[in-house]
Design a protein around this ligand. Structure first.
Ligand code: AMP
Ligand code: MG
Length: 341
């Protein structure tokens, strides 16, 4: 005889800020029941926002039903719908928000708009057990050093132009490295970098606590086109310079905040060289080091669902009228009453 499972409370979270469309389902206690994703892969060049949004609209139904099937829960157990409200690419965000509004209306449950960057930190804390980390969040769209201080996550350092991931990806494309399904360009740079020890000088640009990658990228591409150095040498040098810049800013923020933990997240967190640099600096400052595993470090629906739960449990939700997307929503604008007790 089938046993009747006691109904529980779950949140379904939708992520759609850039190239990934993802659906996560979590219990209010933090059990991850599903985290399904579909990534948009352009045939050539970078991500065109409208094409990525079309991809999201096309796969939304499939990803949603797969997540619901994996979670094996009843519709009535979904107590809230969370969605990434920003920052991100307008057409992509709007596609996710439209799906979230439709679901919330259909299920007659509250909607919770979530800041994508805050969500990366919160899922990182849930997965690694970190309580109050200094976070380095490095991805295709963002480069941020953040920590919690007085009611909000504060930005201690950030990029002034492009993100680290974008810098690595553009260089890889210029070098003709070909992306296979599921293999990110940054990972190809990492592979080639491991084959060289020949350091070629590139502009190291840290301004105060902020970073700039665009001049460095142009210089690397110029050297590539000069054909004076191998692609391996340039991948190696690019990684060394870019990751040293990140390590410098992270270390200074750590010395200033005296946080007990360092958390590394975002797609670029998969890089072993970056991991080893950050682990070394965390050790020097007696801080615990944690890397968020790939499936939760890349853009994912689970992080949106979890942050939706934290937000909702502190009495916050988003009315349909206020659920417009916020393309440039900074993480330090988010009131985060759930942190710190
Ligand atoms: P996200 O924006 O969080 O989805 O992350 C995507 C970014 O992570 C892209 O710029 C990828 O090239 C980058 N990335 C993924 N794996 C690696 C790796 N092993 N080393 C460096 N960058 C990586
Ligand atoms: Mg992505």
């Amino acid at each position: 005889m089938a046993t009747l499972r006691k109904a529980d409370s779950y949140c379904l979270g939708l992520e759609s800020t850039a190239d990934d469309f993802s659906v996560g389902i979590l219990s209010f206690k933090g059990d991850i029941l599903a985290n399904e994703a579909s990534m948009f892969m352009p045939e050539t060049g970078g991500i065109h926002p409208r094409e990525a949004a079309r991809h999201h609209a096309e796969v939304a139904g499939k990803v949603l039903s797969e997540a619901l099937r994996k979670a094996g829960i009843q519709q009535r157990e979904i107590k809230i719908i969370a969605f990434s409200q920003g920052p991100g690419l307008g057409p992509c965000l709007r596609t996710g928000a439209t799906a979230a509004r439709a679901l919330a209306c259909y299920l007659q449950v509250p909607l919770v708009g979530v800041n994508h960057c805050v969500a990366h930190i919160e899922i990182g804390k849930l997965i690694t057990g970190a309580k109050d980390p200094l976070t380095l969040y490095v991805s295709g769209g963002n480069t941020i050093v953040a920590a919690f201080e007085a009611g909000r996550y504060r930005v201690f350092g950030e990029t002034l132009d492009i993100s680290v991931g974008n810098c690595l990806d553009v260089f890889a494309r210029e070098a003709g490295l070909r992306q296979k399904i599921g293999e990110p360009l940054g990972a190809l740079v990492e592979k080639l970098a491991a084959r060289s020890q020949n350091f070629v000088s590139l502009p190291y640009t840290v301004k105060g606590m902020d970073l700039s990658f665009s001049g460095l990228l142009s210089a690397a591409i110029e050297l590539l086109n000069s054909k004076k150095y191998s692609v391996e040498d340039l991948c190696f040098s690019l990684q060394e310079v870019v990751f040293s810049m990140l390590a410098e800013v992270t270390e200074r923020a750590l010395a200033h905040t005296e946080k007990p933990e360092v958390l590394l997240t975002g797609g670029v967190a998969a890089n072993k060289r970056l991991q080893s640099m950050l682990e070394a600096l965390a050790n020097e400052h007696n801080a615990k080091f944690g890397v968020v595993p790939k499936q939760y470090a890349l853009d994912n629906g689970a992080m949106i669902a979890w942050t939706g739960i934290l937000t909702y449990q502190h009495g916050l939700s988003t009315s349909i009228e206020k659920s417009f997307v916020k393309l440039k929503w900074r993480l330090d604008e988010v009131y985060a009453p759930w942190v710190g007790g």
